[in-house]
Design a protein around this ligand. Structure first.
Ligand SMILES: [Ca+2]
Ligand SMILES: [Ca+2]
Length: 285
């Protein structure tokens, strides 16, 4: 792995990145009064092939829908753990309505189990390299805050849906030879109040990895360097207590050109950045 060298230069860049992040994004989408604004941390990895997990050099045999590489529970820092021993998805799991769900979603009536074919490490080198994905690691990545706005689309549902998720073009570690700055991760930590009568759900569609944890438990396992794919979790499956506040962790990675799709949909109207933006600034900086 090629490391960034020159501590003084890196220190200077890191300070600049922090200041940019703390002062708000430079190209924020406009938010309506009724939108849900969620602020998380983008972590930029260098242009092609300087980190083994964020590289154009992923072999075709490692490109595909994978599952079971990530531990079911977050660690003590509320970060996901690479457990390995993953599988390649053959047929997706589905709920009674035909929605694609994760293999790890607690069972509900009418579910249809999917199937695997073969093993698949999710194009992740090791637990050590994966531990860098969602942590600030000097010499490995650089980070800044980024806010997405989920807009109401009717029926109590909020949506963020872009087919060009490029939040850090020409920023942080730069685009390299590419049109956009690919190779980054995004971590969002949310609070919400569970309403057992509201059929609350969270949906993700996109390319490359996405993991969603509800109450620190894996609920969407959308692993691998993949094209357009989707999964949904219904909160009534998760064994939560009506009226209590829980956390939802979203972990995303953009690991292959040329696509960068990102869509979330939810009817969890109480969804908020955990602790508010002041708290997330304090937690991350
Ligand atoms: Ca990058
Ligand atoms: Ca991609």
């Amino acid at each position: 792995m090629k490391m960034f060298t020159g501590g003084s230069l890196l220190g200077g860049i890191g300070l600049a990145a922090t200041l940019v992040g703390s002062s708000g994004q430079t190209a924020a989408e406009s938010a309506s009064a009724n939108s849900i604004s969620l602020t998380g941390r983008i972590r930029d990895f260098p242009p092609e092939s300087e980190h083994p997990d964020f590289t154009e050099g992923v072999s075709p045999s490692q490109t595909g829908r994978s599952a079971k590489n990530i531990a079911l529970d977050l660690d003590g820092d509320h970060k996901p753990i690479y457990a390995g021993a993953g599988r390649r998805i053959n047929q997706e799991w589905r709920d009674a309505a035909g929605n694609k769900i994760s293999w790890c979603a607690p069972a509900a009536p009418g579910d249809n189990a999917g199937s695997y074919h073969g093993n698949d490490n999710g194009a992740i080198t090791s637990s050590a390299t994966y531990a860098q994905w969602f942590r600030d690691v000097p010499g490995i990545n650089m980070s800044r805050l980024w806010t997405i706005n989920l807009e109401p689309i009717g029926g109590g549902v909020y949506s963020y849906n872009v087919n060009n998720f490029h939040p850090i073009d020409s920023q942080l570690l730069g685009n390299g030879p590419d049109e956009h700055n690919f190779y980054f991760s995004y971590e969002v930590i949310c609070d919400f109040t569970y309403d057992s009568s509201a059929n609350q759900f969270f949906y993700f569609r996109g390319d490359d990895d996405c993991w969603v944890f509800i109450n620190n438990r894996l609920a969407i396992d959308h692993g691998g360097v993949v094209a357009n794919r989707e999964q949904r979790i219904d909160l009534n499956r998760m064994g939560l207590t009506h009226g209590q506040t829980y956390q939802l962790h979203l972990f995303l990675a953009e690991r292959k050109q040329p696509q960068s799709l990102f869509e979330v949909k939810t009817n969890i109207g109480s969804l908020r950045t955990a602790g508010g933006n002041d708290a997330i600034l304090a937690a991350y900086d």
